[in-house]
Design a protein around this ligand. Structure first.
Ligand SMILES: [Zn+2]
Length: 106
């Protein structure tokens, strides 16, 4: 059995004792951030996010940013349409007024 591939060597930051933990167990601890104990009974945990968690967070942020820009461009598109409608409305009004004037003067 290859011990190095099965166990993770940990050092307690409180007392400095070295102890081995099964890698599967360590992977679980990294994911859950649950407390575990050194052989001297010091409470330890993995406070840091795992690489996977960090990447997932980054991905989620990236996705959010993408959604933001999509929404923004949709809003701009709507505003453009509204401005066009308004301009068309004014054009129509102008045409009507012109016609009225023409009929008044003819
Ligand atoms: Zn300790």
């Amino acid at each position: 059995m290859n011990i190095e591939s099965e166990y993770y060597l940990s050092i307690c930051p409180e007392c400095g004792i070295q102890f081995a933990l099964p890698k599967k167990f360590v992977e679980q601890l990294e994911k859950t951030h649950r407390d575990f104990y050194c052989p001297n009974g010091h409470s330890l945990h993995f406070p840091a996010e795992t690489k996977e968690e960090k990447l997932q967070k980054l991905l989620a942020q990236e996705e959010e940013r993408k959604q933001y820009f999509i929404r923004k461009s949709q809003r701009l598109e709507q505003e453009k349409k509204r401005a066009e409608n308004q301009r068309n409305g004014y054009k129509g009004m102008l045409a009507r007024v012109k016609k009225q004037n023409e009929s008044l003067h003819s």
